[in-house]
Each structure stands twice: as structure tokens, then as C-alpha cells.
Ligand binder design. Structure first.
Ligand code: PLP
Length: 517
């Protein structure tokens, strides 16, 4: 009997019920290629090199929506095959995201360095699930340890990766919620939040909105996040924090977590972590450090004093996809107490898991003899790639020294913008930079609207130059806000941005050209 006949007869359906026999090629072939990886990569490679080269300088070209040509219409009936698909991808690469271009300094995001992207590629082919025992999973483990060391976290912390700071904050604050209610005798992960008890999270008014979303998802509600005012340097006001905790304690509100921000999104300010820790301890609150952007800064001995007290926290998050430029999709949460993390996020027993989530000491013979790591019980995901491979790849490539050099260079870039803004009477520095975010604006002539002038300057930067910052509001005033985390940005880009702000400001206000920049 032919193999196809055998399959048809034994595995699929009884012949009597199959009016038309299934064609042999359906039983024996598969449309997707699962080999020829080096050919596919080689085919795509030149397009990626051209993409990088095209972004070395010059304005960002208009987005032409070339994707319409290949996606318009219904799902294709017949596939075009691997080579043709890779060629279409190669054409689209040219119109890909500009976040990795040297002049892109908007938000807190950047593209992958080559090492990070190569790590991700290898991971996609060979990493598979992070929960079985294999080399890439081991890299995930080791990179968490490296990351904790790099960021100056205490020995013995437990880390888990997720897709970004949003999820990482949720994991940290979910652990905090578990801990806070356990101390009152309730297991919220098992039984839900106890009736009649209100919980609160304390964070500065500059807290990232993912903190509020985490509170919403955790059943505390966005309104449970108490916005504490900041001082002139963008740091949480300790007197106000203490007053808020004291007032809530009098009302019996449960302090779920106090958040210290190690690098605010708007201004890059680092809260006084030791000061926040002292207050959190006094009121029995979990201390969570949101270092999605800035925790990597603690790798630099020059910046370390800003992070004093970091070791006192209960949980920390950091986004390697920001300053480490791994490529987007990697954040880490670290907690001091592994038990509370597991109790908060355990998936629970199921027959199909074969009890393998319980780690045991017997040597594994097969990759499937046990789960490698307790990720599935310590985060929101069961299936997940070992994202830490991207972190491992970057740290293996550039080492601690490479990270420190990048951080110090980027902080120096922000300082240079600040110095130029202070030296030029036509510019204003809105806050002293602490990390690599700097907020400046063109000084509007008396009686004119500086906010709208500077938003027009920003619009011209985006449309006419390769220098693309984003904006924020500092003490009620619109600010042009470059954030330097991009490995490709150069000092020339930094100066070009300041020059362009001056030039556009001069043009828009009718001030004559010239004068020192
Ligand atoms: C301080 C802070 N926390 C959390 C986040 C959210 O991170 P993600 O965009 O990776 O979800 C950000 C993003 O910029 C951030 O700056």
C-alpha cells in the first residue's frame, strides 16, 4: 500500500464517508518551507543594509503606503512561495519604521542593533518555547542574571521577561497586590479581592500610564493610583507622598505599592529612591521601581549616585528594548520574593502539563523531562519565546563596558543640548537633564504663544529634517524633547537638532539668521 493510501485509509476518515478521495499532495506535502534559511536570510540581507544606509542622514521620506500593493484584496488563494515573499518583504523594508534612524530621538524607543536582531533571528529558529530545556532557554536565564547585575540589583532577585514595560509593571504590581492582601490574611490570586477593602498605589504625577492600566487590570481601578506632585526637577515630593500615605492609613486604605520612577518618561528624572523607600517602609508598602527606561543608567558609575536606595525595593522593571536596543518586545520584572510572584501568577495544575512545572533535581535526559524555569507560573504567558536571547546577544557583543560607554555618551548628548540651550538667549532649557532626556524650547517673542511656536518647530523638524524628537509638557509649557538611547545617533545629529530648532524658530518669528548656536 502507498503511504498516502495508508494515511487516507487509517488516519483520516473511513473511505465510505469520503466521497472524493483526498489528493495525494495534500497528504504528503506542505506549502511552507522549513529549510533554506541561509538563502532566505541572504536574500533579505541587502535590503536591510540599504535600509540602514538610507537613514544615515537626510530628512525622513514621506510614507507612501507601498504595502497596499501587496496586501490589498482578500487573502491570497495561492501563496507566492518563499523567495517571492522574501523579495516583497525586502521591498517593504525600505519603507519600514524609522525609529532606528540616527536622528530619531522621539519617545523612548529605538530600533534593534544588529546583534539584537540577529539574536532574535536565531531565537526564532532555534529558541522555540522558553519552557523546555535548550540552549536558548539557558541564555534567557543567564541574561536575567546579567541584567540584574548590570542594573545593580541585590543578589538573589528573581527575574522574568515579558513583552514590554506595560506587562512588566503589571507583573511587579500584581506581586505587590498579592503581598499586600496576604499580609491581611487574604489570598487575592485564589479568592479575588476582599470585599470592603480599598487598595492604593502611590506614584508621582509623571508616572507612566501603564501603572494606571496595571491598577485597572488588577481590579484596583485607575483611580486607585494617587498622583503625587513632583518638584522642579521632576522628582516625587516626599512630603506629599508621606502626607498621602498618612491620610489613607487613617481611612484604612491598603497601601498596595509605592512606585519610585528611575527615569520618568517626560523628563528622565530619577526619584529619590532611598527617600521613597523610607516612607514606603514606614507605612508597610511594597516599593516598586519603574526603571523601564532608566534602570540601565545605574550601570554607569558616573550615574550611580542617582540610584541610591535602589536595593531597598521589592520589585523593579527594566526594558532592554529601550537603552539596550535589543529590538522591541523585551522587558524584565525582578522581584525580591520569588514566592509571592509565583503565588500571584501561577497557572495552576492541569493534566496536560504532566506536573512538569514542579522543578526537580534529577538530571533531565530529554528536553521535555521538565520545565526549564518557572516562567509559566511567574508571568502572564505560557507560550513565549526566550526573549532574553536578544539581551544575551547585546551584552555578549558589547559587554558592560559597551553599555556604560553608550549610557555615558547619551547622557553627555543631553548635557550638550542643555548647555547649548543655556548659552543661547533664543533657547530655553526647561529642566536640567538627569539622564538622556532633555527638554528645551525656542524662546517666543514677548506676548506671543510659545507653545504653538514650538509645536510648529517640531512639525518642521519631523517633515524637513532627519532630526525627529517628540514633545512633552514641563510645568505647563510645551517642550521639544529629544531622548538619546539610539546607538546610531552621533554628536553631529545632536548639534543638527539644536541648529534646526534655532533656524526654524528664527524663520517662524522673523528673527534674522546668525548668532552663536
Ligand atoms: C517609565 C516607563 N514605564 C513604562 C513604560 C512602558 O513601557 P513599554 O512601552 O515597553 O510598554 C515606559 C515607556 O516608555 C516608560 O517610560
Amino acid at each position: 500500500m502507498e503511504a498516502a493510501d495508508h494515511l487516507r485509509d487509517t488516519a483520516l476518515m473511513p473511505p465510505a464517508e469520503a466521497p472524493t478521495p483526498l489528493p495525494d499532495d495534500l497528504l504528503l506535502s506542505e506549502a511552507a518551507e522549513t529549510g533554506r534559511a541561509s538563502q532566505a536570510l541572504a536574500r533579505l540581507g541587502p535590503a536591510i543594509d540599504a535600509f540602514h544606509a538610507a537613514h544615515a542622514s537626510g530628512p525622513f521620506v514621506a510614507y507612501e503606503r507601498p504595502v497596499d500593493a501587496v496586501t490589498a484584496g482578500p487573502v491570497p488563494e495561492a501563496g507566492i512561495g518563499l523567495d517571492a515573499m522574501v523579495d516583497e518583504l525586502g521591498a517593504l523594508v525600505a519603507e519600514g519604521s524609522r525609529i532606528g534612524a540616527p536622528g530619531f530621538v522621539g519617545f523612548i524607543t529605538t530600533g534593534a542593533s544588529t546583534g539584537g536582531a540577529i539574536g532574535e533571528t536565531a531565537m526564532a529558529f532555534a529558541g522555540g518555547q522558553r519552557y523546555t530545556i535548550h540552549a536558548f532557554n539557558r541564555l534567557e536565564h543567564d541574561s536575567l542574571r546579567w541584567l540584574a547585575q548590570l542594573c545593580g540589583l541585590p543578589d538573589g532577585v528573581t527575574g522574568v521577561y515579558s513583552s514590554g514595560g506595560s506587562t512588566a509593571n503589571l507583573v511587579g504590581l500584581g506581586s505587590a497586590r498579592q503581598s499586600a492582601f496576604e499580609r491581611l490574611g487574604f489570598n487575592v490570586a485564589e479568592d479575588g479581592a476582599p470585599a470592603g477593602l480599598r487598595g492604593r498605589v502611590y506614584a508621582s504625577e509623571l508616572a507612566h500610564r501603564t501603572v494606571h492600566r496595571a491598577a485597572a487590570v488588577l481590579g484596583l481601578g485607575r483611580q486607585a493610583v494617587r498622583a503625587i506632585p513632583v518638584d522642579g526637577d521632576g522628582r516625587i515630593r516626599l512630603d506629599q507622598l508621606e502626607a498621602a500615605l498618612a491620610a489613607d492609613a487613617r481611612e484604612g486604605i491598603v497601601p498596595i505599592a509605592t512606585v519610585a520612577i528611575a527615569g520618568t518618561t517626560d523628563t528622565g528624572s530619577v526619584d529619590d529612591i532611598a527617600g521613597v523607600a523610607a516612607i514606603a517602609t514606614r507605612f508597610g508598602s511594597w516599593l516598586h521601581v519603574d526603571g523601564a527606561y532608566g534602570l540601565i543608567g545605574n550601570a554607569s558609575p558616573r550615574l550611580a549616585p542617582l540610584y541610591a536606595g535602589l536595593e531597598l525595593a521589592d520589585s523593579w522593571i527594566v526594558d532592554p528594548h529601550k537603552w539596550l536596543a535589543t529590538g522591541v518586545g523585551v522587558a524584565a520584572t525582578f522581584v525580591r520574593d520569588e514566592g509571592v510572584l509565583t503565588r500571584a501568577f501561577a497557572e495552576g495544575d492541569a493534566a496536560y502539563l504532566e506536573g512538569t512545572f514542579t522543578p526537580h533535581d534529577a538530571p533531565a535526559v530529554s528536553q521535555f523531562d521538565r520545565m526549564n524555569g518557572r516562567w509559566a507560573d511567574q508571568s502572564l504567558e505560557l507560550s513565549a519565546p526566550p526573549r532574553g536571547v536578544m539581551v544575551w546577544a547585546v551584552l555578549r557583543e558589547i559587554g558592560r563596558a559597551g553599555v556604560i560607554a553608550r549610557v555615558d555618551r547619551h547622557v553627555a548628548y543631553a548635557r550638550r543640548v542643555a548647555d547649548r540651550a543655556m548659552a543661547n538667549p533664543r533657547l530655553e532649557l526647561l529642566m536640567e537633564p538627569q539622564l538622556s532626556v532633555v527638554c528645551l524650547r525656542y524662546r517666543a517673542p514677548a506676548g506671543t504663544d510659545g507653545d504653538s511656536l514650538n509645536s510648529r518647530i517640531l512639525e518642521r523638524l519631523r517633515r524637513e529634517t532627519g532630526q525627529v524628537p517628540s514633545s512633552t509638557v514641563v510645568a505647563g509649557r510645551f517642550a521639544i524633547r529629544p531622548c538619546y538611547i539610539n546607538p546610531r545617533t552621533t554628536l553631529a545629529d545632536v548639534d543638527a537638532l539644536v541648529d534646526a530648532v534655532i533656524r526654524f524658530g528664527d524663520e517662524l518669528t522673523g528673527v534674522g539668521a546668525g548668532g552663536p548656536g
